[in-house]
Design a binder for this molecule. Structure first.
Ligand SMILES: *[C@@H]1O[C@H](CO)[C@@H](O)[C@H](O)[C@H]1NC(C)=O
Ligand SMILES: *[C@@H]1O[C@H](CO)[C@@H](O)[C@H](O)[C@H]1NC(C)=O
Ligand SMILES: *[C@@H]1O[C@H](CO)[C@@H](O)[C@H](O)[C@H]1NC(C)=O
Length: 498
């Protein structure tokens, strides 16, 4: 690898905005390192003329070089134990032989109100079997009290045996040997926390490090959540969509809720560094702040941590795991895109020629998880739904715009004023401007007050439409010349004919 390739690769990691800057910084760095290496090399070759270089001669000359020569410094016993225990089989469930799409890690300690079961039930009921096949939930019972752990184990076995058998759930435990010896006298009371709270905090950091260590090889992505949350429907697909929307852009973490400890997604391959950072600084900061630091070290601006809005996880806990600390925070974006219909849209590809505003990708309006598409329009723009093969439809609904207050009056903002709903029976290909090329589009209905609700029963006499509805592969919304505002599509429902 020559210098230019190295610089290109490294500057690529900083994003294109920093390319020119990092090029020169790196160039400077590389030349300094280069010179230093040359000097060392020169010294060694001179010295080797009269005495062979051994580890001993090096270490005696260079203060602190002993560790370097030996290759590594001594790892404390508890850290060895942590890595070792993380490789053992789970207490309940089994490790899968194949790598999954995502691991969801939950570190849980027993509480009076047992939110864990409610959390697990939500994660099951809001996913479908296909999504679950591709995901594993790792529950770490982090209590030090064996009796409490046994109680949770029996509960999980009783309620979730099928999910333990299927490989969706794994339950893990550890022992006191994975934790550093906690010395009250040496405890650093950062954040004006009491010694008790610092120790509790520090244990929680190690809990996370252990859970990450166990889970890092199970999947491509790792999602951090807590044991007192509920999720939106089809949260797994929502996460896949959001990852896909990043394309080839480099990212360190993605956020799926307003809280750092809930719904933070990492690449599993990156977890090793995070684990090391947690272990190194377990006493300095709480785990959510350490994760924030880990991200901040790698992204030039906080804004580069992409967050999905609305959130797909909501905090339900009231009592914190720490006695007497009450947590009542709720995520305000969780409920903003509630659906009007309960319907399961057939799987489809969604594309649009509209410019996508921020992260409000076109898929959001179509998927079951809450979300809306926000687009910047020009006349003739299209929003296309393409099915893998033609299907028979009975009803198509598009709801657009969001209500906002203006002079204390509720008005709709960013709805489709001028739009047409069309269908076609045959998809051919995707054009370079992201519009679908389909045969003979047929117009069904125009938007009125930002909505279109087309039902087969309303067109019973019209044979050409009925024939096309029986075999539809493309659904299109086309923006007319009189559209003045941007467009928010907040819900799309496609009903299949039984
Ligand atoms: C630190 O905590 C103590 C006890 O809770 C409190 O009285 C004090 O005001 C706190 N100091 C700061 C700087 O927050
Ligand atoms: C939109 O399409 C119509 C009909 O194909 C065409 O006449 C018109 O010029 C187009 N408008 C724009 C802005 O591209
Ligand atoms: C996109 O490309 C297709 C095919 O070339 C064309 O028919 C259509 O008018 C284009 N749409 C826009 C909004 O430019």
């Amino acid at each position: 690898m020559n210098l230019r390739t190295a610089v290109a690769i490294m500057s690529g990691m900083f994003g294109f905005r920093y390319r020119s800057l990092s090029y020169f910084t790196l160039l400077a760095l590389v030349s300094i390192i280069g010179l230093a290496t040359l000097n060392l090399y020169h010294m060694e070759s001179v010295r080797s003329t009269w005495t062979p270089i051994s580890a001993n001669s090096m270490t005696s000359d260079v203060p602190g070089a002993g560790a370097l020569v030996a290759g590594c410094e001594e790892v404390p016993m508890w850290q060895n134990q942590l890595y070792h225990r993380a490789m053992l089989p789970p207490t309940l469930g089994r490790r899968s032989k194949t790598k999954k799409f995502m691991a969801i890690g939950i570190s849980s300690v027993f509480r009076e109100e047992n939110y864990l079961v409610q959390t697990l039930k939500s994660l099951i009921s809001e996913s479908d079997p296909e999504e679950r096949r591709d995901t594993v939930i790792v529950i770490y019972l982090a209590d030090t009290d064996q009796e409490k752990k046994e109680k949770q184990l029996r509960l999980i076995e009783r309620d979730f045996q099928t999910h333990l058998d299927s490989g969706f759930f794994q339950v893990i435990q550890s022992g006191p040997e994975i934790y550093p010896p906690m010395d009250f006298a040496l405890t650093k009371r950062t954040f004006n926390d009491s010694v008790g709270r610092v120790l509790w905090r520090a244990k929680q950091v190690i809990d996370f490090a252990f859970l990450f260590s166990y889970s890092k090889t199970l999947s491509d992505y790792y999602l951090v959540i807590e044991d007192d949350i509920i999720s939106s429907t089809q949260y797994i697909t929502a996460i896949k969509d959001f990852i896909a929307s990043r394309g080839t852009h480099h990212w360190i973490a993605l956020q799926f809720s307003g809280f750092l400890g809930i719904g933070l997604l990492f690449r599993s391959a990156d977890l090793n560094n995070l684990i090391k950072l947690l272990i190194m600084f377990h006493q300095e900061q709480p785990v959510d702040m350490l994760m924030r630091q880990y991200i901040a070290l790698q992204v030039p601006e906080d804004s580069m941590v992409a967050r999905r809005i609305p959130s797909i996880f909501q905090h339900i806990g009231w009592k914190s795991t720490l006695p007497n600390k009450v947590q009542k925070l709720k995520d305000s974006t969780f409920d903003i895109a509630k659906r009007r219909f309960k319907n399961h849209n057939p799987s489809a590809d969604i594309i649009t020629t509209m410019k996508i505003y921020n992260d409000f990708i076109p898929e959001y309006a179509y998927r079951a998880a809450p979300g809306f598409f926000w687009g910047i329009t020009r006349p003739n723009d299209t929003y296309d739904i393409i099915f893998p093969k033609p299907i028979s439809l009975s009803r198509i609904v598009f709801l657009t715009g969001v209500p906002t207050l203006k002079n204390k009056q509720k008005i709709m903002k960013d709805f489709i004023q001028d739009g047409d709903l069309l269908i076609s029976s045959k998809f051919q290909k995707v054009a370079s401007n992201s519009s679908a090329i389909c045969d003979n589009f047929l117009s069904l209905k125009k938007f009125q007050d930002g909505e279109v609700d087309f039902q087969k029963v309303d067109v019973s006499g019209m044979t050409d439409i009925i024939v096309k509805l029986k075999s539809t592969q493309c659904i299109r919304v086309k923006i007319g010349p009189n559209q003045k505002s941007w467009v928010i599509v907040r819900e799309i429902q496609v009903f299949i004919e039984d």
